[in-house]
Design a protein around this ligand. Sequence first.
Ligand SMILES: Cc1ncc(C[n+]2csc(CCOP(=O)(O)OP(=O)(O)O)c2C)c(N)n1
Length: 260
Amino acid sequence: MEITAGQLLSQIEYPSDLRKLSKEQLHQVCDELRQFIIDTVSVHGGHFGASLGVVELTVALHYAFNTPYDQLVWDVGHQAYGHKILTGRKNVFHTNRKYKGIAGFPNRGESEYDTFGVGHSSTSIGAALGMAIASANKGEHDRQHIAVIGDGAMTAGMAFEALNHAGVSNANLLVILNDNCMSIDPNVGALKEYLTDITTSHTYNKFRDDVWNLLGKLPVGKNSPRHGLQARSQRQRHGDQIQQPLRKPEPSLFRADRRA
Ligand SMILES: Cc1ncc(C[n+]2csc(CCOP(=O)(O)OP(=O)(O)O)c2C)c(N)n1
């Protein structure tokens, strides 16, 4: 069965093609990418949910960042199908996980867009941090380093070691937590409860919405507070170090008896 890409996706071989499109067209790219993954995996097999869950994130990252110069590290790597399709492997995607075909996980030998060979979980932050430190040593201060890690992988000690190190380093690192409340099975543990609390808490969400709405009402101008905040977020986007990868935890975060 021949699987064809949609109208926009068929024009994209590499992220440089994606970046030629307007932001408005990205919705259609996401729809077509999702459909292409579904069509291919339905016939040829492979992981399903994890890649479908990061279609928008994948498109956004390759659109916003200058990959492969900017280094993108996927944790575990089972969610990187969209990444593979947008980075030169659309036409061989049907060979995914087959003998002599492409790997089901990022693989450095396969593409310069695959920055780290993965399969084991919880390695992405440490790997991206190492890359960020190497870039800093080479004076490549404009280079971005992004780790995408799921809430399941985030529970491992290795991820926390890396965060602990990142928090005191000057390295330019962005950690994206893809919290979909799902690992291989639904997640368990105190961290999962904490993440659920802060994302479903009425107070937290109301506060966040209020701040967002307030910022939207502030005047736009060089000396306005809004300008300062925008400039700050812009600076972070363009390479200021992220000093505190994790918010200060509530004291009760690791209390076993904590219930929402
Ligand atoms: C060290 C290690 N232990 C277990 C696994 C098996 N494994 C593969 S995917 C996965 C769950 C990942 O869940 P999450 O980090 O939430 O990512 P999502 O699937 O939601 O993208 C696990 C435990 C693994 N790859 N590596």
